[in-house]
Design a protein around this ligand. Structure first.
Ligand SMILES: O=C1O[C@H](COP(=O)(O)O)[C@@H](O)[C@H](O)[C@H]1O
Length: 223
């Protein structure tokens, strides 16, 4: 793991947005397209604000979420909604978006079609992850009902996830998909998450899921 500390959050968001744009651009030099997975939640909005204006061939970038809350796309807690408002705008509106949500009461009903759509995109070219203070990443939550299955090397691409710490039903990329990414960045802010990151480095992924992806990750932190 490489830890990169920034003087302040604003600088981190700007710098990280530019780094991600540079990686996508490099990837497009050698490949027909780049697959790019991003988190939802409260942290990445300002990175998306930088990225969406980046001068790159967005029509060759395939964007997806690392995880989604099983709520309609116009719900205030929808990660898709965040993406549509902050990332898939301006130049980035030309990107191809691969949704992790489909209208259905539960993700189990639509898993085969979602997985068939994602399968050609793997391994992910560029992966940006967030992390909660409880050491969850994507929707791999400590104490989740099927966490062990989602952490296994032979896990499917996607799994539904129900967890005590998550207010709604989730769907998430599994750990092996995250671990296989060509380039992994994790963005965290504040003292509480920094302390959680340090704890996670000494813990088993079964109780600190983010530990599964730390080895090859660049972790970006600002107070
Ligand atoms: O619920 C989620 O939480 C994590 C962390 O979110 P944050 O609000 O603490 O930044 C996020 O990475 C994940 O995509 C999201 O669904």
């Amino acid at each position: 793991m490489e830890l990169i500390e920034y003087p302040d959050v604003e600088m981190m968001m700007m710098d990280l947005g530019n780094q991600l744009a540079g990686e996508l651009k490099n990837c497009l030099l050698n490949h027909d397209w780049a697959s790019f997975a991003v988190p939802g939640g409260t942290t990445p909005g300002p990175i998306f604000d930088v990225l969406c204006a980046a001068d790159l061939e967005w029509d060759r970038v395939h964007v997806m979420l690392t995880d989604e809350r099983w709520v309609p796309e116009d719900h205030e807690r929808s990660n898709t909604r965040l993406l549509r408002e902050r990332l898939l705008v301006e130049r980035a509106a030309a990107a191809k978006y691969l949704p992790l949500y489909a209208k259905s009461d539960q993700p189990e009903d639509v898993l085969p079609e979602l997985e068939a759509m994602l399968s050609p995109e793997l391994p992910l070219s560029v992966l940006l992850l967030g992390m909660g203070a409880d050491m969850h990443t994507a929707s791999l939550f400590p104490g989740a009902d099927r966490l062990a299955d989602a952490m296994a090397d032979d896990a499917p691409i996607l799994m539904p996830m129900r967890a005590p710490g998550a207010p709604e039903l989730r769907i998430t990329l599994t750990a092996r998909v995250l671990k296989d990414a060509m380039s992994t960045h994790i963005v965290i802010t504040g003292a509480e998450k920094r302390a959680a990151l340090e704890r996670a480095q000494r813990m088993d992924p079964g109780s600190a899921p983010v530990a599964a992806v730390l080895q090859n990750a660049k972790v970006h932190w600002a107070e």
